[in-house]
Design a protein. Structure first.
Length: 124
């Protein structure tokens, strides 16, 4: 996790403690604020709904949690992280499932290498 993300997460946890919540290693990171489930671990559907709403507010259509995993995997590979380490970090069990990300990152790396070779900056 990048430092900026760690700092935000630490601030979030501090705010929960300041509100009187006792945190330990078993405390859920993401909790529900729904009246029926207040304080319970946020479910997959709760996370999906929250991400979808964030996407709506940000003007991003059809945003869903799996896109974060996909982006993370691709970014790791583009940064040059060994594919076996990237697969471990993203929690992929299957090499076949993870291969989708390596194909995309290899293509993007090849395009970037081409532009570097001809002395041009890749168009965004």
């Amino acid at each position: 996790m990048r430092k900026e993300s760690r700092d935000v997460l630490e601030a979030y946890l501090r705010s929960r403690q300041q509100q009187g919540e006792e945190l330990n290693s078993l405390t859920p990171l993401m909790i529900s604020h729904h009246a029926s489930y207040k304080g319970d671990r946020l479910s997959y559907h709760g996370i999906y709904f929250a991400v979808e709403k964030i996407g709506e507010f940000a003007g991003i259509e059809d945003l869903h949690p799996h896109q974060f995993r996909h982006t993370y995997a691709t970014e790791l590979l583009l940064l040059g992280v060994d594919p076996s380490h990237a697969r471990k970090l993203t929690g992929h069990q299957s090499e076949k499932a993870f291969r989708r990300y390596t194909l995309r990152s290899e293509q993007e790396a090849a395009i970037a290498a081409y532009y570097r070779a001809i002395g041009e900056v890749e168009a965004e």
